[in-house]
Design a protein around this ligand. Structure first.
Ligand code: ADP
Ligand code: MG
Length: 235
């Protein structure tokens, strides 16, 4: 809980009682000229393809729409602390369950799916959704591990590939895989920042982050159907 006085900047909320969530890092901090522009949509100091410049502008938008605000404390070379303030409620808590429910019907076509994503959390969610649909799932966190699996297990039916990974990108992995297994269906998981590099890749072959479980399953089912219904299936 935090009680705030008059705002010192336009991003801070009006004086009052708030709940405060602070995240602090020991990173590079921000220069005054960067600090002045961080809430501008699409402002980024990251290289092309890395940053969207939408992080902090979205956080500010969310906080303001919730009648709250944001405060940034930053020291160049030392780190940054960002606090989000949300209006405090004096109502009793209501713990209604809002669990997301997936239609956990069994997979239409039994298939083994290889998930390649360096982000443990994203990979885990995708794997949970697909296992819930009775797919057989193999998970790896890097391109190298993916090649190992493809070499040792001949029965992979579909590749779910993070588009932007450090080291070898998903696009490069796909190119290599295609030369050896030209028919293996590949579905790319893509973030906003990948848009520029996605030209030429069929929409049916991509699923944007964040994705809904249903959308992921539909794209996978239709990719598998196209693959399985083809006359012969030498991978
Ligand atoms: N924790 C931080 N430490 C230092 N600089 C930051 C931090 N967060 C944001 N910035 C600066 O603000 C810019 C905009 O941030 P953001 O809106 O999240 O977009 P993005 O991360 O996509 O660049 C970043 O490119 C960076 O220069
Ligand atoms: Mg960011």
């Amino acid at each position: 809980n935090a009680t705030l006085g008059e705002p010192a900047s336009p991003e801070e909320p009006a004086a009052g009682d708030y709940v405060q969530i602070c995240v602090t890092d020991t990173g590079c901090g921000m220069s005054p000229s960067v600090r002045a522009r961080v809430f501008e949509p699409f402002f980024t100091t990251k290289e092309i393809g890395k940053g969207s410049g939408l992080g902090l502008s979205q956080v500010l938008g969310f906080a303001k729409q919730s009648n709250g605000g944001i405060r940034i404390d930053t020291v160049e070379g030392q780190g940054t602390s960002i606090c989000i303030f949300l209006t405090r409620s004096d109502l009793a808590e209501d713990r209604a369950e809002t669990a997301i429910s997936y239609d956990s019907a069994t997979a239409q076509t039994p298939a083994r799916i290889l998930i390649v994503d360096d982000d443990d959390a994203v990979r885990q969610i995708a794997a949970d959704i697909l296992r819930d649909r009775s797919y057989d799932v193999v998970e790896v966190g890097s391109a190298g591990a993916a090649f190992d699996v493809l070499q040792s297990q001949t029965n992979i039916d579909l590749l779910l590939l993070d588009f932007a990974m450090p080291g070898m990108s998903g696009a490069e992995v796909a190119q290599r895989v295609r030369t050896r297994y030209p028919r293996l269906p590949i579905l790319f998981v893509t973030g906003y920042a990948d848009r520029a590099t996605l030209a030429g890749i069929n929409e049916a072959q991509t699923i944007g982050k964040p994705f809904r479980g249903e959308d992921l399953c539909m794209k996978i089912a239709s990719a598998l159907n196209r693959y399985m219904s083809a006359a012969e299936r030498p991978v």
